[in-house]
Design a protein around this ligand. Structure first.
Ligand SMILES: [Cu+2]
Length: 389
């Protein structure tokens, strides 16, 4: 089943002058080569990023810069620009039993969107969501990747698939300036759950701003059936302003290099998996969570408070036997795990990174399980201290 790109367009699309595009290509295009860029080239890219030159935008009536560009509103969330990916947005299990060619369309959309209830941030995304779309193929499939960088983008972008065997995972082949489209194909040789991400230097910046997602390469026999599947990814956001600030926040390249994020998020923004898209299941159901870390820097000690992972596929390996009966599982940046468990009792279970200071910086999600009480498994009297949180 091919992934499709929402072609419905981007609001407030603006014409971009040739001079500005030339500037971007000139300053950052030299760093094409992604992960192979030299320190000097990375420094150049950094300098170009840190001091965006004044360029003409639109009719030339006002100077453009990274700080005053008119960012587009995400067409996927017309009620308010919001880049959170719905964790249930996962293609169904593959039923065919022979290889196929699967087309994947990715569009690199730069979007100003909600970071929490009072702050906004300029995200860089695949297809308008963080994480980008969940891609599902089968071992032996040929994946045909089409990456489009819209005309109104400010940055070059590309995509590196960890599921691909080949230089850069496709990063060099797909590096596209604003207005360009690139494609490549790879054969999915190894089953597993893999991260994909933008790899234009500074790579950490493109990832921190939201450019990561997961691709599942199913083994020949598929994965065991479960009742519900969820798609969760963890990332860090580096802002000049401290956590909890209001208004449009500014990204901090210094904090990024020093690995000092202000925010930690599941699925793009604070509250994405608590207020916006809490995970939901029923008593008796088995759930599977694909849990990836975009990062770019912090590993996750992924834990669901009040649950035990019956099975966990470590480091994205679906061909190794899963480990069983696990409380927390380590997910490094650029990797993903699969955890599965049965929901025996109703209630609200909180997804966390058990490095719990990060919960104070935005990192939490809910799994809400509904159904009859099961006092044999869990029987607790009411407590007046229960605030419902
Ligand atoms: Cu990018």
């Amino acid at each position: 089943m091919a992934q499709t790109t929402d072609k419905s367009g981007i609001a407030a699309k603006q014409e971009v002058s040739i001079s500005r595009r030339s500037m971007l290509v000139g300053s950052l295009g030299a760093t094409v080569g992604g992960l192979l860029a030299t320190d000097a080239l990375l420094a150049e890219a950094h300098a170009a990023h840190a001091t965006p030159p004044k360029v003409d935008v639109g009719h030339g009536s006002h100077p453009g810069s990274l700080s005053n560009r008119i960012y587009s509103v995400n067409p996927a969330h017309p009620g308010g620009a919001d880049i959170a990916e719905n964790p249930t947005n996962i293609p169904p299990a593959i039923t065919r039993r022979e290889p196929a060619t699967v087309r994947v369309d990715l569009e690199t959309k730069e979007i100003e969107a909600n970071l929490d209830g009072k702050a906004r941030f300029r995200f860089w995304t695949f297809n308008g969501t963080v994480p980008g779309p969940f891609i599902r193929v089968r071992v032996g499939d040929t994946v045909e990747v089409h990456l489009k960088n819209p005309q109104d983008s400010w940055m070059m972008h590309n995509v590196d698939f960890h599921a691909a065997t080949g230089p850069g995972g496709g990063a060099t082949a797909t590096t596209a300036a604003p207005g360009e489209e690139r494609s490549f194909t790879f054969k999915a040789l190894n089953p597993g759950i893999y991260v994909y991400h933008c790899a234009v230097p500074p790579v950490a910046l493109h990832i921190a701003n939201g450019m990561y997602g997961l691709i599942l390469v199913e083994p020949e026999e598929g994965l065991p059936p479960v009742d519900r599947e969820f798609y969760v990814m963890q990332g860090e956001i580096y802002t000049e302003e401290p956590f909890g600030s209001s208004g449009l926040l500014t990204e901090s390249y210094d904090k990024l290099l020093n690995e000092r994020p202000e925010y930690f998020v599941f699925n793009g923004h604070v509250g994405a998996l608590t207020e916006h898209y809490p995970l939901r299941a029923k008593v008796g159901e088995t759930v599977r969570i694909y849990m990836g870390v975009g990062g770019p820097n912090y590993s996750s000690a992924f834990h669901v408070i009040g649950e035990i992972f019956d099975r966990a596929y470590q480091m994205g390996s679906v061909t190794s036997e899963p480990i069983t009966n696990v409380q927390s599982i380590l997910v490094p940046p650029g990797s993903a795990n699969i955890v599965e468990f049965k929901c025996e009792v109703p209630g609200r279970f909180v997804l966390v990174d058990h490095a719990l200071s990060r919960a104070e910086r935005g990192l939490a999600g809910y799994l809400i399980v509904e159904g009859p009480e099961n006092p044999e498994v869990f029987n607790a009297p009411p407590n007046e201290h229960d605030s419902g949180h």
